[in-house]
Design a protein around this ligand. Structure first.
Ligand code: FES
Length: 114
């Protein structure tokens, strides 16, 4: 094991956008059946359009966030501690504008990590 925390902060990485894409068979809803991949694509596209895809923000697919719904995908943004359920691709621009600003100028601004 190698801790690389200092390296990550030196590169300025501060925010994680986690998009649930969990797929499972069973009686409970899962994000793969509720736009998970399309929401992930929309997040990446929004960041690319603003030229900040490779910036402070890491976008990652994640397993179940405990917000399962058949109406949309679960998204979490950390370390801001923001959690969303029922996210559709159409919701993504407004969600990210609210968190990062319309032109993504608030990347890492609200980070609590030191
Ligand atoms: S399957 Fe996505 S939050 Fe549970």
């Amino acid at each position: 094991m190698e801790e690389r925390t200092a390296e990550i902060f030196e590169h300025g990485f501060t925010d994680h956008v986690l998009v649930c894409t969990t797929d499972r068979d069973g009686e409970y809803a899962c994000c793969a059946d509720a736009h998970g991949q399309a929401v992930l694509d929309a997040v990446q596209e929004w960041l690319r359009e603003r030229g900040v895809f490779w910036s402070n923000v890491h976008v990652a697919e994640t397993g179940c966030l405990g917000l399962c719904s058949e109406d949309g995908t679960a998204v979490a943004i950390h370390p801001r501690g923001r959690w969303y359920a029922d996210v559709t691709p159409a919701d993504v621009p407004g969600l990210l504008e609210d968190v990062f600003g319309p032109e993504a100028t608030r990347l890492g601004v609200e980070s609590t990590a030191e």
